[in-house]
Structures are given as C-alpha cells and as structure tokens.
Design a protein around this ligand. Structure first.
Ligand code: NOJ
Length: 708
C-alpha cells in the first residue's frame, strides 16, 4: 500500500478499532482457535475482539498461524492481518549457543549467520517478528538475563546488535526467509540494581548514554523497525511511560521512527511501580511517551477510548501510533501476503544439515578455554571418564528456546558416541561421587567433570545472590581431585560463574555456555583437538560475587591500585580479593601461541578529520591453525571528566595458519574518541591517548598518539 492508502485506511477506522491495533495478546487467548482463554477473561476482552487486535505473541507453526491469520482477516472489519511475534533469540528449532556464548565468539559475522539461519526456520513457521536482539549491556552475573545479551562491552555489544538485525532482516522484512527484529529492552535493563530482575536502574546520564545506549542505537541504525520498552525505571520513571527516554532519546536523538511495544504487562506495572495513579493514567502516560503497542495488559484496550473521546491530543496520538502499526504491517508485506511459511519450508529448514553444521561450528567458536596446563587437547586413544549430571542433560540449550524439541538435543555423552565412536569414554552422570565412579576416574588418563547450572537456572527471573559454583559441584570436583588430578572442568552456564577453586586446581577449564542442539559435538572436537579454541571472555569472571558489578573498563579513582601484589591500605581495593577479574574481558586460550609485534602507528598526531592506522603483525607460533581475536583498546589519558582505563574500540578475528604471520590494521578516527564532556557535549578532546593491540584486555602492547 502507499502511504496515502494507509492514511485512508486509518481514516475509515473507528477509534476502538485503532486502539485494538495497538494491542498484543498472548497466543493463549486463542486456545482452540475460537475461545478466549486464560488471561482474556481478566482483561474483559469481548468475544470477537480477540480477532481484531493488531498483534499476537508467542505462537508459531505454519498451519497454526495460517488458521489464526484467516480468523483475523475474516473478522477484523477492514480485514487487517495480524503480526505474529515471538522470542526466537538463538534459534527456532535448531538452537545455537545462547547470546552470551555468541558474545564469547568475538565474531559478530558468525552471529549474523546464526540470525540468518534462525530467520529461515522462524519464517518457515509463519513468524513475522522476533523479540531480539536483546541489547542490554550487563556487568552483573547475578542477573539471570545476562545470558540473553552479548556481554559487558558497549562497543562489542553494538557490533553484535547490528549483526543480529542484519542477519534476521536480510534483504527485506517483507521477504519469505527473513523476520523483523525488535530491539529490547529499552533501556538499560541489564543495570538492574543488585542484579535482581525487574528492579530499578540507577545510572548517571553519562553512563547511560556512553555505555548502555550504543548497542540499542546500533540496532536501530541497522534498520530494526521495532523497539521494546523495558520493565525497569530510568531516572525513577518506568521506561514504558518515560517520555524523555522514548521521545527525546529514542525517537528524536536516535531517529527511530518505527513501532515501540511495551514488555509483557509493563504498562499496567507502572501502576504497581506507583508512578501511574491507575490503569487509565498508565494508558495515557504510555501513549504520551510514544508507546504504540501495549503487550499483555488491558490499559490501552479498556482505558484509552473513553478518555480519548474527551481529548483531541490523545486521539491524535492514537492516530500516530495506529498508523505506525499499519506502516509496519505494510513494510512486512502483510497486506499482499499475510501468511508466511509453508509445510515444505518447515521440512526443508528445521534441523537441516547446514543449520546443524552451524550449530556445531558456533559452539566451537563460543567455548572459552580459560585454563590449560597442557592437558588439552586429549589424545583420541586415551581413557576418559566423564562425570556429572550435566553430561547427559538436555538442559544445555538455554532459555527462550521455546520452540526447541528437547529430544533433539545431543547431550555431551551422546555427542562423543556420534562424533568419536571409537573413543574410550565412560560416563557417570551423577553429581555425587561413589566408589565405582571414583575407581573409573582413578584408572583414567583424564577426567572431565561437567559442572555449572542447568539451563533453567538462568534467564528471566533467574537472578541469584551468589554466583559461585554450587556446593554439590565443588564436592564432586574435590572427590575426583582426590583420586586423579588430570581434570578438565567443563562448565555449562548462562553466566560467568565465580570459580577460583577450579582455576587453582583444574588442569584445564573449558566454558561451553549453553551450546545448543548439536553444540556438544563441537565441544568434543575442541577436546580432541580437531578444532582450536578461539572464544574470549565477553563478561568478566569474578573471583567472588562481592566484586559485582564489574568490568574491565573501569574508571580510575583518586587512590588507584595498579598491578596489585597484595592488599594496599588506604587505596581503592578489597582486603580479600583483587579489584580485577579472575578471567577478564577478552581473555581466552588457544592450542597455539600467537605472538604480537609492537604496535606501529602511521602518525603520532591525529587531526579532527584525519585518521591514524595502528598496525601489528600476529604470528601463530604453534603447530595448529587457529583464529585469534585481535583487540584494539584505547585510553584517553586526561579529560574534562574521568575516562575509563581502557575501552575496546576495534576487533578482528583472523585465521592464522600454523607458523604464518598476518598483518592486522585498525583505523583510529575521532569518532572512536568521543564522549560526553563536562557540558554533556559529545566530543573528542585534544590531548594524549594510549592504544593497545593484543589478545585480551590485559595486553600491555602499547603505543601513544596525540589528538591535535
Ligand atoms: C518478557 C520478556 O522480558 C521479554 O524479553 C520478552 O520478549 C517478552 N516477555 C515476550 O515474551
């Protein structure tokens, strides 16, 4: 349709119909595709109203959605089709590593491929929109949802966010095989106080703008047509009714002109937050803040029409929001082709070889070799005992895999049988050691102890106050250690756990995150050396929960400690643990050693419009080919406001053959140096800068330049 036709359609719609377009209900309302079930009664939805709302959440499957869409097309007075949205955040049927694991790949291009494959399956199943990417920067492992994001770094999160949008949306959201992205949760949900889900967010404006917003902005700039407002408050105002956040920052400053949808029930929650007087007030506030779709609350449905009849301003805002929803439907091509997918496409893409291969590859690239004292890779003929319940668990795909089929998940124990049928592996899938298990461990060349958390322990509402390894797994490890010290600690988790004991005693530690449907095959390929680990820490591993929140990109203080060697009295440090992480951002080992040359800068002075090229050579000194995430960090030595000790500003992940050398260059422009100065202007300030290029945030490979 043309814009004019959309305007005409809008002008023919009643006020009630317009508001209905601004509602999203859960698929549970469509029980047997006829009845209003469950929460529908609480929301006093009229019998045929469920067929006139604009969008539906959480349903998928070609046949099912086709039937639903036919219902909408028949019963909506203007035959307006519905949009089907769902959470498909790391795969639809074939599940890939959780987003935090993808963050650990340090490879946004891989994530683009995963999003593209996800879109193929989801679109085959009739979906139009996914509630992804989750761009919430997170520095607190207590927060259960850190698993849904790509980690602690603003620059890296932004690269992953745009990669996901581009992968989902491909060559257009109106095309079969692609789905539209919905950026969430706007904004700064990952900064939930004390890591407790749904709690408030207390951030200074500079931190919000510089650290938390870049990833959302990158996703918006990459063309995502929807944004979801977060549950939390910003400046003590819930995001869904926050005019400053949504109108000033999102729409005006970031230039977003698409649809804003609330999170689940978030509009009515503003009443419970106590910043809205009642649901009527909440509805008006959300609309004024620019929120177009009310997901799963009846604030818009039941409380907007009456007040809008009395208010020209609200009627104008309803027109604007409804038009945005219609425009989105038009961009999705729904007026021409309301039903996505087909039976054939579902059969073609679900678990197809290409997606299976991708799932294995992604798991290989996401796993981080945190420690290795020469135990890995294991020789294929050695005798291995695998212990721990996680070894045979299918709960290693991660949350929001809502359309996954758990019987398709290849467990760690099964993966070795299908990939290495000759391997001498005995599996004891118990978290409590017994004599038989310990006897097997004793006579083995190596023991793999599977530890961490099953995937239901992380995700929404899965915050914890202590991120250390659970007692049961500590005891399991100790029992094995008592009979055989050749231990590979294999971690499955949705967060960086505090594992100082494992770091001290294990010979090797491999963090597999939640690797997805076929990912365990890739984990065995790493263990046996058919692949070379190349994952890096996307979110600091603390020594202890008490260090949280934390990030490598910290600020200096008036009493800093550098390279601490024991406690420093009256300086800013803890008496019991260092300030720094056990495994910091960017850290990760390979079976090869990569040697860096010194950093060579093309110039020692940067001008406002100029650029400096920073170059290193990287040599693979090992005997295995491998990939090395080459990281560029920058520090503004002095500023009108304090600046982080270092910030990631560039990344490349070259493949370097054994014995070969590659040259890696980064362009540095003033664009990378900007921040909010004393007067809240986004500028680069003249002065001295440090640059580091290396294989982790600890690198000391340094050079300096000046900004004129
Ligand atoms: C609540 C979650 O916070 C959000 O991430 C998700 O997209 C919606 N529910 C819809 O399922």
């Amino acid at each position: 349709m043309t814009e004019l036709q959309l305007q005409e359609l809008l002008s023919e719609m009643s006020l009630g119909e317009k508001i209905e377009q601004m509602i999203q209900f859960h698929g549970g309302f469509y029980g047997d595709v006829k009845l209003i079930t469950g929460p529908g009664h609480d929301y006093s939805v009229k019998p045929d109203q469920q067929w006139r709302i604009g969008t539906v959440l959480g349903e998928a499957g070609y046949e099912h959605l086709k039937k639903l869409q036919e219902g909408f097309m028949e019963k909506q007075p203007h035959h307006i089709p519905a949009i089907f949205m769902s959470d498909v955040i790391h795969g639809y049927r074939t599940i890939y590593p959780v987003p935090l694991g993808q963050g650990a790949s340090f490879d946004p291009e891989l994530t683009r491929e995963l999003a593209e494959a996800t879109a193929k399956e989801a679109s085959a199943a009739g979906l139009h929109v996914t509630f992804s990417p989750m761009c919430d920067l997170s520095r607190d492992a207590r927060w259960g949802r850190c698993m849904e994001g790509t980690g602690e770094d603003p620059w890296l999160n932004a690269r992953f966010a745009e990669a996901m949008v581009s992968g989902y949306q491909g060559d257009g959201i109106d095309k079969q095989g692609n789905i539209a992205a919905c950026v969430k949760h706007f904004a700064a949900y990952g900064a939930a106080t004390a890591g407790r889900d749904y709690s408030g967010v207390e951030l200074c404006e500079r931190t919000l703008l510089e650290d938390y917003l870049p990833s959302y902005e990158a996703a918006v700039k990459a063309g995502a047509p929807l944004v979801m407002s977060a549950f939390n408050t910003i400046n003590r105002i819930p995001c869904s009714t926050n005019q400053w956040l949504m109108r000033k920052i999102l729409r005006e400053r970031m230039g977003f002109d698409g649809v804003v949808i609330s999170d689940y029930g978030a509009v009515q929650e503003t009443v419970v937050h106590t910043s809205s007087y009642d649901k009527k007030d909440a509805a008006a506030k959300a609309l004024r803040a620019g929120l177009d779709i009310d997901m799963m609350s009846d604030c818009y449905l039941s409380y907007l029409e009456e007040q809008a009849k009395e208010s020209e301003e609200l009627r104008r805002l309803i027109d604007e929001s409804c038009l945005r929803v219609l425009e989105l439907k038009n961009r999705l091509g729904l007026f021409d082709d309301p039903v996505r997918g087909s039976k054939e496409l579902e059969e073609k893409y679900f678990y197809c070889d290409a997606h299976k291969e991708l799932s294995v590859r992604a798991a290989r690239e996401s796993a981080i070799l945190l420690k290795n004292e020469g135990l890995l890779p294991l020789a294929k003929e050695c005798r291995i005992t695998v212990v721990g319940k996680l070894a045979t668990s299918t709960k290693i795909v991660g949350s929001w895999a809502i359309f996954a089929e758990s019987d398709k998940t290849v467990t760690f124990g099964e993966a070795v049988k299908c990939r290495y049928p000759e391997a001498k592996v005995e599996v004891y899938p118990y978290d409590t050691a017994d004599e038989k298990m310990l006897a097997a461990c004793k006579r083995s060349d190596a023991v793999i102890v599977c530890m961490g958390e099953e995937d239901e322990k992380s995700g929404e509402s899965k915050s914890i106050s202590d991120v250390s390894l659970c007692r049961e797994h500590q005891m399991l490890f100790d029992a094995v250690y008592g009979v055989n010290e050749k231990i590979l600690s294999l971690i499955y988790a949705g967060r960086p756990l505090a594992i100082p004991m494992l770091a001290e005693k294990s010979e090797a530690i491999l963090d597999a995150w939640y690797p997805g449907t076929f990912g365990n095959i890739g984990i065995w390929e790493l263990i046996f050396g058919d692949a070379n680990p190349c994952g890096r820490v996307p979110m600091s591993f603390p020594y202890t929960t008490g260090q949280l929140p934390m990030s490598y990109s910290a600020f200096t203080t008036g009493r800093p400690v550098e390279d601490r060697n024991g406690f420093v009295p009256f300086a800013s440090n803890y008496m019991d643990v260092p300030n720094t992480a056990l495994y910091p951002f960017g850290w990760g080992l390979s079976y090869s050693t990569f040697e860096y040359s010194s950093v060579v800068l093309s110039h020692d002075t940067l001008t406002e419009d100029g650029k400096i090229t920073a170059t290193v050579t990287v040599t693979n000194k090992g005997t295995m080919d491998g990939k090395e995430p080459v990281q560029l960090y920058i520090r503004d030595v002095k500023g009108s406001v304090i600046r982080p000790c270092r910030e990631l500003k560039g990344l490349q992940k070259p493949f370097v053959k054994a014995g070969e050398t590659v040259t890696v260059s980064f362009d540095i422009t003033t664009e990378l140096l900007r921040f909010y100065n004393e007067d809240m202007e986004f500028v680069a300030e003249p002065g001295e800068f440090k640059v580091w290029i290396g294989g982790s945030s600890l690198t000391k490979n340094e050079a300096e330049f000046r900004l004129a």
